[in-house]
Design a protein around this ligand. Structure first.
Ligand code: SF4
Length: 123
């Protein structure tokens, strides 16, 4: 069965309004939403291609760590532990003001985007 879903692109902070064609539970195409008052019909090539990223053979679907022998798979829990230890080391050596979670910078922008989207998504 084929149908189209309203959504928004999550690739970058613009969060463009998109329409996703779905066939038998699989995304088959992404289009701009011409009825959206803010984004109009716009999507960039990344946004229009994202259904292809989902099934691409090079898609990263598990954590990797770089070693002298190359990239080695590790669990998400182990990756988080290693990242946390490295961040703690940076904080301890240079102070807490040198570490800025990028999500904090994006959060205020995302809140604005959600407000705009929620007020225009029906359009
Ligand atoms: S369609 Fe392009 S510009 Fe819009 S949110 Fe996605 S990546 Fe960003």
């Amino acid at each position: 069965m084929k149908h189209t879903r309203h959504s928004f692109c999550r690739i970058c902070i613009n969060h463009c309004s998109i329409l996703v064609d779905v066939e038998d539970g699989v995304a088959t195409a992404v289009h701009g939403n011409s009825r959206n008052q803010v984004y109009g019909d716009y999507t960039c090539v990344k946004g229009r291609s994202q259904h292809e990223y989902l099934r691409h053979s090079d898609r990263l679907v598990h954590s990797l760590v770089r070693t002298p022998e190359g990239h080695v798979r590790l669990s998400a829990e182990k990756a988080m532990d290693e990242i946390a230890a490295k961040l703690a080391d940076i904080r301890d050596r240079h102070g807490s003001r040198v570490v800025v979670p990028s999500g904090l910078l994006r959060e205020s922008h995302q809140t604005c985007q959600r407000t705009v989207r929620s007020s225009t998504i029906a359009g």
